[in-house]
Design a protein around this ligand. Structure first.
Ligand code: IYR
Length: 223
């Protein structure tokens, strides 16, 4: 007998009639396929309550043993954004001007990326996402975390969907390495930077690369 297990009714589950289910699946896909990663941001501020609810949505993600091994640091302070930009551009210069193999640079060419990251200052909001490699009990003892990358990856996916659903745009930015985020944002060694999400409104007249997503037949197999 497991005396730790407490079961409650799942009274939040909703079954939809079949036609409504089909319509919901179709229209969610239609809406999600409108999402584009944007690299030119307006400086227009975003409402705090919107960001809060997007982060709450991320926090609903399924995750290893429900230990919720994530931290989201929302940066709006211009000085802190500038520090992040300077540190990220330093890493990016060493990537684009040396570390990156030509094969990688070639595959990035259609995206038009380079080491200049002005959006880190222009965009009103940066969300630094950290993986908690382990938890800490109040007495300082470590709690092992499980499936941390999977959990934080799923949470980040939900966050991106929530941002899109709210009518904002974002950019998944991955300067590498990202250790500078621990220093600038004063995060403990137990937290590893996962990625930096740049959030806001698109710049007026924003353009995006002419790229496509694979068809269903190229990503799924039904057996
Ligand atoms: N981190 C670099 C390079 C980069 C890598 C991949 I893979 C991308 O899809 C995009 C960029 C940068 O942010 O420019």
């Amino acid at each position: 007998m497991n005396d730790k297990l407490v079961l409650i009714d799942h009274d939040q589950y909703r079954e939809y009639p079949a036609p409504e289910m089909s319509e919901r699946a179709q229209s969610f896909y239609a809406d999600m396929r409108r999402r584009r990663t944007v690299r030119d941001f307006s400086s227009r501020p975003v409402a705090r309550d919107v960001i809060e609810n997007c982060v709450r949505t991320a926090g609903t993600a399924p995750n290893g043993a429900n230990l919720q091994p994530w931290q989201f640091v929302v940066v709006e302070n211009p000085q802190v954004k500038q520090e992040i930009r300077l540190a990220a551009e330093k890493e990016e210069r060493s990537f684009y001007e040396g570390k990156a193999p030509q094969e990688w640079l070639d595959i990035l060419a259609p995206l038009g990326t380079d080491s200049s990251k002005p959006f880190l200052e222009t965009a009103p909001c940066l969300i630094a996402i950290f993986q908690e490699r382990f938890g800490l009990r109040p007495d300082g003892r470590k709690v092992k975390h499980y499936y941390v990358s999977e959990s934080v990856g799923i949470a980040t996916g939900l966050l991106i969907a929530a941002i899109h659903n709210a009518g904002l745009v974002c950019l998944t930015h991955t300067p590498s390495p990202m250790g500078f985020l621990n220093q600038i944002l004063d995060r403990p060694r137990s937290e590893r930077p996962f990625l930096l999400l740049v959030v806001g409104y698109p710049a007026e007249g924003v353009k995006v690369p002419d790229i496509d997503k694979k068809d269903l037949g190229d990503i799924a197999t039904f057996i």
